[in-house]
Design a protein around this ligand. Structure first.
Ligand SMILES: [Fe+2]
Length: 286
């Protein structure tokens, strides 16, 4: 295993290169776990990873996989490998599903076809974001939770729970969850509010991380009492996040493993129709 630590960048990202297109499944699970705990984001390059291999590799580190509400699925049998979010637009840095109580521990991406131009995956360390926010903003987010308000259509919750799911399953899933309140509408869509802290403890280092979905869901995020988050605060978060954001310029067969309790991810816009990135979301077993 060859590990390069990219010292030109500000983050803790580590790149693991394969010498001779080695099988990624031959890597030491224990070593990868330790590297992941300390760095929070690992890029595996030169292993020629396919989405089937990503599934097999991620399985070694995961207790279970989760689905998304709106992504195209690739593996028809289980439905846990998806294409990344559709469209070619810029996606603001965010933590996956952090606007719901179903935030996965890890986000996995692999590259089938790189974009011709643009389309880099962005990432940003929430620990660094928290360190660089102003004292006023920190005090605000320490004293107040944030709240996300969404409506999930029947189609969306069926995509998440499985095609046979019923409203009884929805109730069963949401009942008693901390921070959740919901209302089932006549058309079977679900109005849903989720209150949570904007700053959380990282899974492995117990550090404060500004790891949330504020920037990616600006129209649907409020403080818990329903008051808006002031524009000046949003601008400050954008400015700090921007400054700390780095990018992955995809090569065919790259695999990225991201700690979703610490790192935010996003994507630059692109204009071609060849970009093919696969994703998996999972809960970790270590
Ligand atoms: Fe995402």
């Amino acid at each position: 295993m060859t590990i390069q630590i990219d010292s030109l960048e500000t983050s803790t990202k580590k790149i693991i290169y394969s010498d001779k297109c080695k099988d990624i499944l031959s890597l030491s699970v224990a070593e990868i776990q330790e590297l992941f705990k300390s760095s929070g984001i690992l890029l595996f390059r030169g292993f020629g990873v396919t989405h089937e291999q990503m599934k097999a590799f991620s399985k070694q580190f995961s207790s279970r996989f989760t689905r998304e509400t709106n992504r195209t699925r690739v593996d028809s049998r289980e439905g846990f490998v998806s294409l990344v979010a559709q469209g070619t637009h810029f996606i603001e840095p965010h933590c996956e599903n952090a606007n719901t109580p179903f935030r996965p521990d890890a986000v996995w991406f692999c590259c089938g076809v790189p974009p011709a131009q643009g389309g880099e995956t962005l990432f940003c360390d929430g620990v660094q974001v928290w360190e660089q926010l102003s004292e006023e903003s920190k005090q605000l987010f320490l004293s107040k939770k944030i709240r996300f308000d969404f409506i999930y259509s029947a189609e969306q919750w069926k995509h998440f729970l499985g095609a046979e799911a019923t409203l009884a399953n929805v109730k069963q899933m949401l009942e008693g969850l901390e921070g959740v309140s919901y209302f089932i509408n006549e058309d079977e869509s679900v109005s849903f509010a989720y209150a949570c802290p904007a700053v959380i403890k990282t899974k492995y280092s117990n550090q404060d991380a500004f790891a949330n979905n504020i920037l990616n869901a600006k129209e649907s995020v409020f403080f818990e009492n329903g008051s808006p988050i002031p524009d000046t605060i949003i601008s400050e978060i954008e400015e700090v996040t921007d400054r700390l954001t780095e990018e992955i310029q995809w090569q065919v067969g790259d695999l990225v493993m991201i700690d979703n309790s610490r790192f935010l991810h996003g994507r630059r816009s692109f204009s071609d129709n060849q970009r093919l990135i696969f994703s998996i979301f999972s809960y970790l077993n270590f």
